[in-house]
Each structure stands twice: as structure tokens, then as C-alpha cells.
Design a protein around this ligand. Structure first.
Ligand code: SF4
Length: 350
């Protein structure tokens, strides 16, 4: 088969070191690169994490993936896949990893989308910064192969950092990429990548964060599975249902009643965003947290939740604290005995 005049590749660019090095190895072979970053809504680098060079406050221009494109002079497109992703995290065909991370399904979705984009762009193949054996769920040899097949990219998915350790792809066989100039990195050690970055003169890159999204966090996973267990299956899940799990102290009081309590001022401020359509509980005449309850909670359930808010207020040692409960213009003030630390600790989801 004739070699195309110009070889073009689309890369999954996270903004981390591995995908940066993969892109750079291909650029050095004269390949024209485009990048894509799929934003699931759960990514650690999603939008509020500031970029390394400052950047603006919109979260967009300072995104690390965009920064890599800017540094290496290629375009990176940020694609929002958060709606579709909700279906994956609630019902992953390939199951969860150690926590709430459905990594195999997640990678397959991203690679399938990358394949579509590759075809639309007239690119010749897709590449990633994956390293054989680096991540437990998705970067073992059989899984790397499975990802190729399930994504429809069989033969056209290149992993430049580990290429020498995995079977030759069509991309290499056809001479589009020189396999000899690719790498054979393996395992969890970052030393080879750091050494290569040094050789390439790359000095600006984020430190590895131990996972690309917060679904890998064990504490988040507990709250996530609690939500799935007790949620009302008649109402569709929303991204907000999962984002609120990142904020505050969560206490499961019974099958229907869960309360989210701000642990400090900034968490109280964050919880304000989730206040519409929920019960909001605050102490009346002492300092205390903002706490939120699910909208469907009956008024009879409020006293138990109010005792939790009293327990975390400055009135925790009083015999009674007034707690204001508000929802959609309805206000109730309840005088309650603060819950004891021993009792509240039984309900905390950690
Ligand atoms: S860690 Fe998160 S973003 Fe990364 S592959 Fe797993 S589920 Fe997807």
C-alpha cells in the first residue's frame, strides 16, 4: 500500500507526561499531530485546576491538555462526553476497578470516539500515552489488545511509549512510523519517562496524580456506591448527583435519609450551588455548617437530620439548638438536641 504523502495522527492527550512524550516521539518523526481531550466531568484536570503557566480563570485556556498542544504546537480539542459517561459509570459492561472507576469501558468509549474523529479528520491512526503494566485495570497486555479490538482501531492504535514490547501495528508495518524510534517502557516506575523528558528538554509537566479521575479515590467510591444503592431508580441520574459526592461530610441516617454537611467555609460555599431543589439546614443563632438533604425527604424526617447539623455547630454542647430547614420557600425551625459524636460517627460514609 502506498504511503500517504503526509501521515496524520490523532492523540488522546491528557496533559500528563506520558501523552506529551508520545506526541513528541511522533512529532520527531515528522508526523502531523492533532490532540483530543475527553472531558467526563470526573477528570482531576477538569476545568478548575489551573494550568502550569498561570492562564485565565475560565478553566479552558489553562487546561493542561491545551497547554501541551500549545507547547508542542498542535491543536487540542476538548470534547465534553459527560452525558454519555453517566451511562457508563452507572452500568459498566466490563465492571469497576478497585473503586468506582469503570476504566475499561471508559477507555473503550474514548477510543471509539477517537476513531470517529480520526476518520472525520482524515487522520491515519490514533495514539495514546499508555504504558504497558503501568495501570492495573487497563494497561496489561491482554487489556491493551482488548481495547484495540473493542474500539474498532485494531492495527491503527499506536502506543509509542511501549510499542517495542507489544505486537507490531499496521501503522508500523506500513512504514508510517519507524518502530525503531519508539520506546519499550513498562511498569509503574516513572524514571524512564522522566529521563526521556530530560533528553527532550521538556521541563514543564504536571506530576503524576495517581489516576486520571476521582472515581479512583476510595473515599469517593464509598459515597458513589452508597448513592447507587439507595437512589430512586425512577429518576434519571445527573452529573450533579455525582459532583455533590465530592463535597462535605456524608452521613447515611437510614435508607431514605442522607445528609451532606459542609466541613468548612469553602465547602459551605460549594454546597450553596447544590441548594436549589434540596432541603437546606442551618443553625439559627450559632455558627454552623450548611447541610443539604435530598428533595424527596418527608418533613417528619427533618428532626433527625437537624440533630446532625446541631452536632456540627458551635452549639454542640448545648441541650438544644434551633435549626432552620428551608426548601422552595417552605421554612421550618426545629429545636433539637445535638447528636452525640458517638452516634453521628456511626452514620458517616468514609
Ligand atoms: S481512571 Fe477514570 S478517566 Fe482514567 S480510565 Fe479510569 S475511569 Fe477513565
Amino acid at each position: 500500500m502506498d504511503k500517504p504523502e503526509k501521515i496524520r495522527a490523532l492523540g488522546l492527550i491528557s496533559g500528563g507526561l506520558d501523552s506529551t512524550l508520545a506526541a513528541r516521539l511522533l512529532i520527531e518523526q515528522g508526523i502531523e499531530i492533532r490532540g483530543v481531550y475527553f472531558s467526563t466531568g470526573f477528570c482531576i484536570s477538569d476545568p478548575s485546576r489551573p494550568g502550569r503557566n498561570g492562564g485565565d480563570e475560565t478553566g479552558n485556556l489553562c487546561h493542561e491538555a491545551l497547554q501541551v498542544g500549545n507547547d508542542l504546537k498542535f491543536a487540542v480539542q476538548v470534547v465534553d462526553v459527560s452525558d454519555e459517561y453517566l451511562g457508563i459509570i452507572t452500568n459498566p459492561r466490563w465492571g469497576y476497578g478497585k473503586n468506582a472507576n469503570p476504566c475499561v469501558d471508559c477507555r473503550i468509549m474514548m477510543l471509539r470516539k477517537a476513531k470517529e474523529m480520526m476518520e472525520d479528520l482524515g487522520a491515519n491512526f490514533v495514539f495514546t500515552g499508555e504504558v504497558l503494566g503501568q495501570r492495573p485495570m487497563t494497561q496489561h497486555r491482554p487489556t491493551l489488545r482488548q481495547l484495540e479490538k473493542q474500539s474498532g482501531l485494531d492495527g491503527f492504535l499506536l502506543r509509542p511509549l511501549s510499542a517495542k514490547l507489544i505486537p507490531e501495528t499496521e501503522v508500523e508495518r506500513r512504514g508510517w512510523v519507524n518502530r525503531d524510534k519508539l520506546k519499550g517502557f513498562t511498569g509503574r516506575s516513572r524514571k524512564p519517562q522522566i529521563a526521556l523528558a530530560g533528553e527532550m528538554g521538556l521541563t514543564k509537566y504536571p506530576q503524576p496524580a495517581g489516576g486520571c479521575c476521582f472515581l479512583t479515590d476510595p473515599a469517593y467510591g464509598n459515597k458513589f456506591f452508597d448513592f447507587l444503592k439507595y437512589r430512586n431508580s425512577d429518576s434519571p441520574v445527573t452529573l450533579e448527583d455525582f459532583l455533590i459526592l465530592k463535597v462535605g461530610r456524608h452521613l447515611r441516617l437510614d435508607d431514605k435519609l442522607k445528609i451532606v454537611v459542609g466541613r468548612n467555609e469553602s465547602e459551605n460555599d460549594l454546597l450553596e450551588q447544590f441548594r436549589p431543589k434540596r432541603w437546606a439546614l442551618t443553625a439559627v443563632d450559632v455558627e454552623g455548617p450548611l447541610a443539604l438533604l435530598d428533595n424527596s425527604i418527608e418533613v417528619e424526617e427533618l428532626p433527625k437530620a437537624a440533630r446532625v447539623v446541631a452536632r456540627y455547630s458551635d452549639g454542640r454542647n448545648r441541650s438544644s439548638v434551633d435549626i432552620k430547614c428551608e426548601k422552595n420557600g417552605t421554612t421550618e425551625v426545629l429545636s433539637v438536641k445535638p447528636m452525640s459524636p458517638e452516634e453521628s460517627s456511626k452514620y458517616i460514609l468514609t
